[in-house]
Design a protein. Structure first.
Length: 319
């Protein structure tokens, strides 16, 4: 009996030593972070706000740590391809996702993602997109209400970022509230000036960053913005809340795989928050109307949970 007890004690001590070793190794790895090149995965083509801001954060990380940090654009599947890359990475902060709200909410709710929403933990949220409904300047409607009236007797097509994209669901919800339907709609990886100029769609659901040239040239006009406040670059354009009573913004944040050490997450957050103070970020806000800020991991987690519940309600407009 004593021999058995001694053996059990030895096994417990060995297990404890192993756990201590693993914990010490994890702490050491986090303290040395980053000890290998870091990749920021942007699940969209280059050029939009999340891409521009993530590149600024990557530059800041390289500058602060001396370790290469690069942005990899991995579009496809409405962003799911890039998010899956992060979900399959090691939980060590060497792969960081720059994710729009859809990838943690509507894509999961809609069953399009091969991962669960809790596959990731937030580092922080840093962007409210200046999403808008835009049309050619010669379109025979100037407001969302006028579009609704026009679409009841004319064929109007919509261009969007995919059926599981939150802006798409919000747009269909707005149409439903105003009692009209788009005659047709199509998904695009990018929605810019050429989409309207080529006649690929009559109305596009996009960000101001992607249509700045044709906004500046007055070739395109805005009907509404999906923002809490009116855009500083178009203060006369009502928000979707004003036009249709829908209050929901569209954000982007940094996420890492679940299990990443907290010290690593904290270091990424500190670098990102510092990067967002750079002059070029302030200029970007002024020219696009984007809301750039830093929301902590704890608050970001609450926002994800809140928007996941909203996504369940929005899903009926795209299914």
């Amino acid at each position: 009996m004593m021999k058995k007890t001694i053996n059990q004690t030895c096994k417990l001590l060995a297990a404890s030593a192993l756990l201590s070793s693993v914990f010490a190794g994890t702490v050491a790895m986090a303290a040395d972070y980053p000890n290998r090149p870091v990749k920021f995965i942007v699940p969209w083509p280059p050029g939009d706000l999340e891409d521009v801001l993530t590149r600024i954060i990557a530059e800041e990380m390289s500058k602060e740590t001396g370790v290469p940090a690069t942005v990899v654009n991995k579009p496809g599947g409405g962003g799911v391809l890039g998010a899956t890359t992060v979900a399959q990475s090691r939980p060590d902060g060497s792969v960081i996702g720059s994710f729009v709200v859809d990838l943690l909410t509507t894509q999961v709710v809609g069953g399009n993602a091969p991962y669960s929403a809790d596959a990731f933990v937030p580092v922080g949220i840093f962007l409210d997109y200046p999403f808008v409904l835009a049309v050619k300047s010669d379109a025979p409607y100037n407001t969302l209400g006028e579009l609704a009236d026009y679409a009841k007797s004319h064929q109007v097509s919509l261009g969007h970022f995919g059926y599981q994209a939150t802006p798409t669901a919000i747009t269909f919800k707005a149409a439903d509230k105003l009692n009209f339907k788009f005659a047709s709609d199509s998904a695009f990886d990018a929605l810019d000036c050429s989409t309207l100029a080529n006649g690929d769609a009559d109305v596009i659901n996009t960000t101001t960053q992607l249509i700045l040239p044709c906004l500046d040239s007055k070739e395109v006009k805005l009907l509404t913005s999906f923002t809490y406040n009116r855009l500083v670059i178009s203060p006369d354009i009502p928000t979707l809340s004003e036009a249709a009573g829908i209050s929901q913004t569209l954000w982007n944040g940094l996420f890492v795989k679940k299990g990443t050490p907290q010290a690593t997450i904290d270091k990424i957050a500190s670098i990102a928050e510092q990067a967002l103070q750079r002059p070029e970020v302030l200029k970007l806000q002024a020219t696009t109307g984007a809301g750039v800020y830093w929301t902590s991991a704890d608050n970001a987690k609450k926002l994800v949970e809140h928007d996941y519940k909203n996504a369940e309600e929005l899903s009926k407009y795209v299914n």
